[in-house]
Design a protein around this ligand. Structure first.
Ligand code: GLC
Ligand code: GLC
Length: 811
């Protein structure tokens, strides 16, 4: 069942009823100011950091769900409704929410009034803009009132929901003209405030929540709105809010637009005040005046659209599969941008007050983002590597605002640093910018320790080699990619964090997955050193890769598939010998991607086992059988009920690993079948089962052992976005940046037909037409570039800013 449809021409998803199976959200903002906005206009916004600089308050896990947002109420002769339906939830005559790229439009109507709310964060401005256009579609004149509403957060979102003994006293506001100012803590150490203005004279306002709502009312029944009268309240402590009240009269057919701007402003320390206790409003006035007319708003929307059109034109597919086209051309790339911006911090499943930026998460997010804005990928690489430790290990997380490693979670995830090599290789392959390797980057942000980025890569590589276990496989540390395989944790204390405790420190538990990852990145590592003039290091690296491959084949192969790990006692995990957890997805994906066992048929056997034991109608589960009881030696993985999360859930992130592995052995039909099972556009029809947004990936879909098999959770912020795009763009469609050019190596279903990819690469545009007359799944017979045959399958870097016609014939 569907709750809307795609509008590909406008690059939008159109939600046609408000009661979606879960709030279906969108993200606004690309640079410093970000907003989450649901299909009923719920959500919140922040400047740079969702925890430290939160502008508006949100109530997580609330009843009803999705409480808090920017709400516009219309009181039309006693009937109160919102263009986003919630919170009043008055039955609307029509409703539609269009989530587009960086904007959302709500179009709703009731009793002869139509309201269109267009919400977006303009490029280059630290604010969200909400234009409310109201039209009288009735035959008589309409007199009604519009009330806006936002609830301010007292900046630190964690403190805001816990520290009431202080916070109920510190709320401060000002009003001037039609602009409401939230200035809590501005009198002391903050130099910033929030402004909420509207481009029209107002007939009243409220800045105190209790006065506006009534103490015992919810957002669905504000006293001020229902009585048709603003209270003109001024918050003093308690809960500061911003609400404008505007009377509107419209003749039949007449329409009026109101532009609301909610923004973040800073003043230099010595210019904070206009007069004693009166804030300097100059930056706010400047901001409000930039979005005060329809023409300004239209121009800002045009800029936003041009921005996205430009970014998306870096990779554009035309195939006969419209679902594939829309995922590749629009939604998957869009989600890659959002995950790059947010890491795992702020979504409807991540509170924005918990996790910072993950080291491995951010490094992997680069895979789906680097072709969009390489310069930002470069900065991110330098930020991440600056948190690395001198011995090559990594802080598992860092804070986006301070860019410092997060001490609470610390280090010890032994896969983390390898992902840096993965990310840097992807960056250089995309850009050809070798200079990044010479950047001087500190360890743990201590400037004096700076060494070249190249040296950071070496320490990452060596960290694995310096931590090998009894089988010469990498020690797992706290955990590897699977945060929940906590082999040294042995936690018996309720509430203790599986992420940070290590009660056993076996020095024995090993990971076959890290071994596979090591072998997979090894060749790129060696090549980076060879080309940087370190031939010996390159040779050494390849030797170590061979040793690791041998270790995998000797002690990491179980007969029909790759083993997952050895636990703290040296016992096998992910083996047919195990009662539960016989088979895990991760090493099958990574070892095959690394090429282990490809020539001997082991790779094929591993992937056949995945198909046989792990595959379900909704995707491939992480492990089988799921653990049915808590196991001290395994940790968090066994804490989840069977079928959820890392315990037998369909952890979408590593489904693309299997799909890529299938392309490595040339099985295009299988690769695509894996791809489409978790791909949102293809699961749109089962939205009532899947429940999360049909335009973005979710981290997890409940596996076959779960009661709610097929139900997704943790949508938006997941490595699935980057890996799915990396898979489909570089391995299935096979347009793959390499150090020397663009490799063409599609692996598609036999019946896929021909397709065209327009790819901007290092300044030139390659229009690549691929034909497959004999229905092959892999293999390129011939390539021409501007009519001239190309030897091999790597297009040279033209670097001339021109368009080039490429013709590829599979066979
Ligand atoms: C979460 C984490 C990621 C981890 C994965 C598997 O998605 O963000 O770092 O690899 O879970 O545990
Ligand atoms: C839990 C989750 C895992 C996530 C980790 C991050 O272990 O199960 O998916 O990566 O928390 O802190």
């Amino acid at each position: 069942m569907k709750f809307g449809h795609f509008d590909d021409a406008r690059k939008e998803y159109v939600i046609t009823r408000p009661d979606t199976p879960y709030p279906w959200i969108n993200y606004l903002g690309n640079e410093d100011f970000f907003s989450l906005i649901s299909n009923t206009s719920g959500g919140y916004c922040f400047y740079k950091d969702a925890r430290m600089l939160r502008l508006t308050r949100y109530r997580y896990n609330n009843v009803p769900t999705d409480a808090g947002g920017r709400y516009f109420y219309i009181n039309d002769g006693g009937t109160v409704w919102n263009p986003g339906w919630a919170p009043a939830k008055t039955q609307l005559d029509f409703y539609e929410c269009r989530h587009g790229l960086g904007y959302s439009i709500f179009n709703a109507g009731k009793d002869g009034l139509q309201a269109i709310q267009t919400s977006f964060v303009p490029i280059g401005a630290n604010c969200e803009v909400h234009r409310l256009t109201i039209k009288n579609t009735a035959v008589a004149t309409k007199d009604f009132q519009v009330f806006s509403f936002v609830e301010f957060c007292l900046w630190n979102a964690y403190d805001d929901m816990t520290n009431f003994q202080r916070n109920f006293n510190i709320g401060e506001v000002e009003i001037s003209g039609s602009a409401i100012y939230h200035k809590s803590e501005y009198r002391e150490r903050r130099n910033h405030y929030a402004v909420f203005g509207v481009n029209a004279p107002i007939d009243g306002f409220d800045m105190d929540r209790e006065s506006f709502l009534g103490l015992y009312n919810g957002f669905d029944r504000p006293d001020a709105v229902f009585s048709g009268k603003a209270r003109n309240s001024v918050a003093s402590g308690w809960a500061p809010v911003g609400s404008h009240c505007i009377h509107v009269t419209l003749a039949p057919g007449e329409e009026k637009s109101l532009i609301f701007v909610l923004g973040y402003c800073e003043n230099p320390e010595d210019q904070k005040w206009e007069s004693p206790n009166v804030i300097n409003k100059a930056p706010a006035q400047k901001l409000l005046s930039a979005f005060a007319t329809d023409a300004q708003v239209d121009a800002a929307l045009d800029r936003l659209q041009a921005y996205w059109d430009g970014l998306l034109s870096n990779y554009h597919l035309e195939s006969k599969d419209e679902k594939l086209n829309r995922m590749v051309n629009i939604w998957n790339q869009y989600q890659c941008m959002v995950t790059f911006n947010m890491s795992r911090s702020a979504s409807y499943f991540e509170s924005g007050i918990g996790r910072g930026m993950g080291f491995r998460d951010s490094a992997q997010d680069l895979l789906g983002f680097v072709h969009l804005i390489p310069s930002r990928a470069r900065t991110r690489i330098l930020d991440i590597s600056a948190t690395q430790m001198a011995d090559g290990s990594a802080y598992h997380q860092y804070q986006p605002l301070t860019k410092r490693g997060n001490l609470e979670v610390g280090s010890g995830f032994n896969d983390d640093s390898l992902w840096l090599i993965f990310g840097v290789a992807a960056y250089i392959k995309e850009t050809g910018d070798w200079s990044i390797l010479q950047e001087q980057v500190p360890f743990e942000n201590v400037e004096a320790t700076a060494v070249s980025l190249l040296e950071h890569l070496k320490r990452s590589f060596d960290h694995v080699l310096n931590h090998l276990g009894p089988h010469k496989l990498p020690l797992i540390g706290r955990a590897d990619w699977n945060d929940c395989l906590n082999l040294n944790c042995f936690s018996e204390t309720p509430g203790e964090s599986f992420q940070t405790c290590a009660n056993f420190e076996s020095g024995i538990a090993e990971s076959v997955f890290i071994a596979g990852l090591f072998v997979a990145i090894g060749p790129a590592y060696a090549e980076i050193f060879r080309r940087s003039g370190f031939a010996e290091e390159a040779k050494r690296a390849l030797r170590e890769v061979r040793n690791m491959t041998a270790a995998i084949l000797k002690d990491g192969w179980d007969g029909e598939w790759f083993l997952r790990a050895y636990d703290a006692f040296g016992d096998k995990i992910g083996s047919r010998e195990c009662g539960e957890g016989k088979l895990f997805i991760e090493p099958q994906g990574f070892c095959v991607m690394a090429g282990v066992g490809v020539d001997t048929g082991l790779a094929e056997s591993a992937l056949d086992s995945v198909h046989k034991y792990l595959d379900t109608q909704y995707g491939i589960v992480l492990n089988w059988p799921s653990y049915t009881s808590y196991q001290l030696n395994l940790g968090e993985i066994s804490s989840y009920p069977p079928g959820y999360k890392e315990n037998g859930g369909i952890f979408c992130h590593n489904n693309p690993w299997i799909s890529i592995a299938e392309t490595v052995i040339g099985r295009g039909d299988q690769a695509f079948s894996v791809y489409r099972k978790t791909c949102p556009a293809y699961t749109e029809e089962i939205s009532e089962i899947h429940r999360t947004e049909p335009y973005v990936y979710a981290q997890m879909i409940a596996g076959c052992d779960a009661t709610r098999h097929g139900e997704a959770k943790n949508s938006w912020l997941t490595g699935t976005a980057a890996w799915s795009f990396y898979n489909v763009s570089q391995f299935i469609l096979g347009i793959r940046p390499q150090f020397d050019g663009l490799e063409i190596d599609p692996c598609i279903p036999a019946a896929f037909g021909s397709f065209t990819v327009e790819r901007r690469f290092r300044g030139s545009t390659y229009v690549i037409e691929v034909e497959n007359p004999s229905g092959r799944q892999k293999g390129v017979r011939s390539i021409t570039l501007d009519g001239t045959p190309v030897a091999g399958n790597i297009l040279p870097v033209c670097g001339d800013g021109q368009r080039h016609a490429v013709h590829v014939c599979m066979g």
